[in-house]
Write a protein that binds this ligand. Structure first.
Ligand SMILES: [Zn+2]
Length: 692
């Protein structure tokens, strides 16, 4: 069976970058996400259309006359084709019998159709229709074991019907594509749509290709991709064109209203503008159709660009503003499906500016993941005797900003400053212990700053600060060097806790000489109030800022205690020339324990560093390999015997041999534990060091 979907990279939400290989010999490869363009009379006879779609990967054949070797093989041999039949299942079976060889020889994937003449039916009737359909489908799948199929899934607005499809999909591994033919037709049912998609992701092989068909308008594309749809059938545009709609990306506009064509495609800069008011022109419809397909192609290209190279989440947020139901869908996903999306979302992105657009960004899954991990895994250093709260800065990391350099002048005057815990307040991430300032997304978010916070922002920050401060002895004084609404947040938290809060006097600016002097004298007055426990005062405390950061970073990655296990001794740090990475070397044993990367703020442990985390039984980031040695740089699904249940995309992971004794490799996850559980094939982790 030549059809093969490969997940290349997981992206935020359920989105993913993949590729479909359709045949062994011909190297037909479709990159996903992608649109599928109808291969039809009107378009195929249009010179401009053919030219525009010269490089299009995927077409949908719906007219039987195109099922001919000479057309498909000779002219379009390197493209991907799907075949949908518009008639009955019986007729479809006839065609399969006649054309079976054509499909397999040309790698044209037939999609089993589900056509019934009426769309409004009651539930009972819908259930019996689906059951009948699936009985026939089962027969077709079994009778053609060597052919790969797409399966049409129709729910008639009764979303629970999805359950009826699952067993057949699980039982027949020649089902490769799930084609949702009406799932997205009625977006007001966004709750049910999201539920259905999440269910599919949780219960079925994640290597199944998901395709969305039906009444799909282009402004829905970004959300479809965010929901993990790999292929979008764009055929509906043909109907919309015949109904005189012009795709302006954000909206569909009726052509009679168009005065300024916001596009310079071959149709728009050509004759279309002269025909705008010609009510019955068939030439206008063809040109409109041409424009609509070109603009859909441009939009999917833009989506791919943002998905792979930029922060796709901000793109989805912006695009959601064009469609009220999409706004609701995104909110719902953020609020109620975080536990599912958490497993699907990479723990970091590299070298990207993460723009927070406002309330729509507050509960992004990567932001929520950061807050959760920080609260769960940040533990007080045993030598802390004073806590200092500071405002954030626009420049990241905060330490490199002008304001924080000024703060340091006051704070670092005291030789015992490593026993002060700095916490930075910010929106919308919350409260950031200084040790986490280099971690994604703290290192790369940006937000418009006016000094005014909305209630939600205040609540997020106050709650996170409360959770962090609750970890500290109530006798440790808290100094607030804050102004404006930051003070309001601190006061809110003060009322909840029994710690004593002290506020510095701000004169003019928070960085003015007088303000900093006030901070300094507050520190002097408070720093020795709290007497460290015997245990704490006897500890040889770690004074080096980077060492403190690395310890807490490893805790963030591997759980509480991991940092001290790996880095108990003094370190030697080797920065590379471009200052993008730091090699972490144990000064005593001379072992290279790991490499810190500035782009993500994460540490890639070396095997020597990973060994220090034993015993491994309690760790949440391990994979047990079913052998003694890993070959190559990629770990594939079949090589996995067991795995932790909390592996997220891009997590640093330790690979143990089958006896769970030896570390045989270290790598970074490509997928999550959810993918491993559901799938039998595919890439799982990139290995950067392995035992030889
Ligand atoms: Zn155009």
């Amino acid at each position: 069976m030549p059809f093969f979907f490969e997940l290349l990279e997981k992206k935020i939400g359920l989105s993913r970058v993949g590729r479909i290989t359709l045949s062994n010999e011909k190297k037909k490869v479709i990159s996903t996400p992608n649109i599928v363009v109808p291969f039809q009379n009107v378009l195929m006879h249009n010179f401009n259309f053919l030219k525009e779609f010269e490089t299009q990967d995927t077409f949908l054949i719906s007219q039987d006359k195109y099922l001919e070797d000479d057309i498909i093989r000779e002219k379009y041999g390197d493209r991907g084709f799907f075949y949908v039949h518009s008639g009955t299942l019986d007729k479809f079976e006839d065609i399969l019998n006649k054309k079976g060889n054509f499909f397999s020889q040309n790698s044209v994937i037939p999609i089993i159709p589900f056509n019934i003449p009426t769309t409004t039916i009651n539930k009972e009737f819908a259930v019996s229709e689906v059951k009948n359909f699936l009985t026939s489908v089962n027969k077709i799948l079994r009778n053609n074991p060597t052919l790969d199929f797409g399966l049409s899934i129709k729910v008639f607005d009764y979303y629970q019907l999805i359950d009826l499809y699952l067993p057949i999909i699980k039982d027949n591994d020649n089902v490769k594509i799930l084609n949702f033919v009406d799932l997205f037709d009625n977006l007001r049912n966004f709750r049910n749509i999201v539920k259905a998609i999440v269910q599919i992701k949780q219960q079925l092989d994640n290597n199944l290709t998901l395709m969305a068909s039906g009444k799909i308008i282009p402004n829905l594309y970004p959300m479809l991709v965010y929901l993990g749809i790999d292929l979008i059938d764009s055929s509906y545009l043909q109907y919309l064109s015949s109904e005189n709609f012009y795709d302006a990306l954000e909206q569909l506009l009726p052509i009679y209203k168009m005065k300024y064509l916001p596009c310079s495609c071959v149709a728009c800069r050509g004759k279309l503008k002269d025909l705008l008011n010609d009510k019955y022109s068939s030439e206008k419809i063809i040109l409109l159709c041409l424009h609509n397909f070109i603009s859909a192609k441009i939009y999917i290209n833009k989506i791919k660009q943002y998905l792979i190279y930029e922060d796709y989440r901000a793109f989805v947020e912006k695009a959601s503003l064009d469609n009220m139901n999409v706004i609701s869908m995104l909110k719902l996903l953020d609020r109620e499906y975080f536990e599912d999306l958490q497993y699907e979302t990479p723990v970091f992105q590299e070298n990207k500016v993460i723009n927070c657009l406002g309330a729509s960004s507050y509960y992004r899954p990567d932001f929520r993941e950061f807050r959760e991990r920080a609260i769960k895994y940040f533990t007080p250093e045993p030598t802390t005797k004073l806590i200092i709260l500071l405002p954030c800065s626009a420049k990241k990391p905060y330490s490199e900003s002008k304001s924080h350099r000024q703060f340091f002048k006051a704070i670092r005057k005291f030789p015992d400053f490593p026993s002060f815990q700095e916490i930075i307040l910010t929106s919308p991430l919350g409260a950031i212990p200084r040790q986490f300032e280099n971690l994604y997304p703290v290192n790369s978010y940006d937000i418009s700053v006016t000094g005014e916070w909305d209630n939600e922002e205040k609540t997020i920050t106050a709650n996170m600060l409360t959770s962090l401060l609750e970890k500290y002895d109530k006798n440790i004084p808290i100094i607030c060097h804050l102004e404006g609404e930051y003070i309001e947040i601190a006061k809110k938290v003060e009322r909840r806790l029994s710690h004593t809060f002290h506020y510095s006097d701000i004169h003019e600016r928070i960085t003015s000489k007088e303000s900093l002097q006030s901070l300094e004298s507050l520190i002097r007055a408070q720093k020795d109030i709290y007497v460290l426990s015997k245990e704490g005062s006897e500890l040889e405390y770690i004074t080096k800022t980077w060492h403190r950061k690395f310890i807490r970073t490893l805790d963030y990655q591997y759980g509480v205690g991991a940092g001290l296990k790996v880095l108990p001794n003094e370190l030697k740090l080797r920065k590379n020339r471009t200052n993008t990475r730091i090699e972490i070397v144990d000064n005593k044993t001379r072992e290279l324990l790991g490499v810190y990367k500035h782009s993500s703020g994460f540490i890639e442990l070396s095997i020597k560093g990973a060994i220090r985390l034993s015993p491994f039984s309690s760790l949440t980031k391990i994979i047990i390999f079913n052998g003694e040695k890993i070959k190559g740089n990629t770990l594939f699904r079949p090589g996995i015997m067991d795995y932790s249940s909390e592996l997220y995309p891009r997590d640093n992971v330790i690979i143990l041999d089958q006896h769970k004794k030896n570390v045989i490799g270290v790598g970074n996850m490509i997928v999550s534990s959810n993918f491993i559980r559901n799938s039998m094939t595919g890439r799982v982790a990139k290995i950067y060091e392995r035992d030889k």
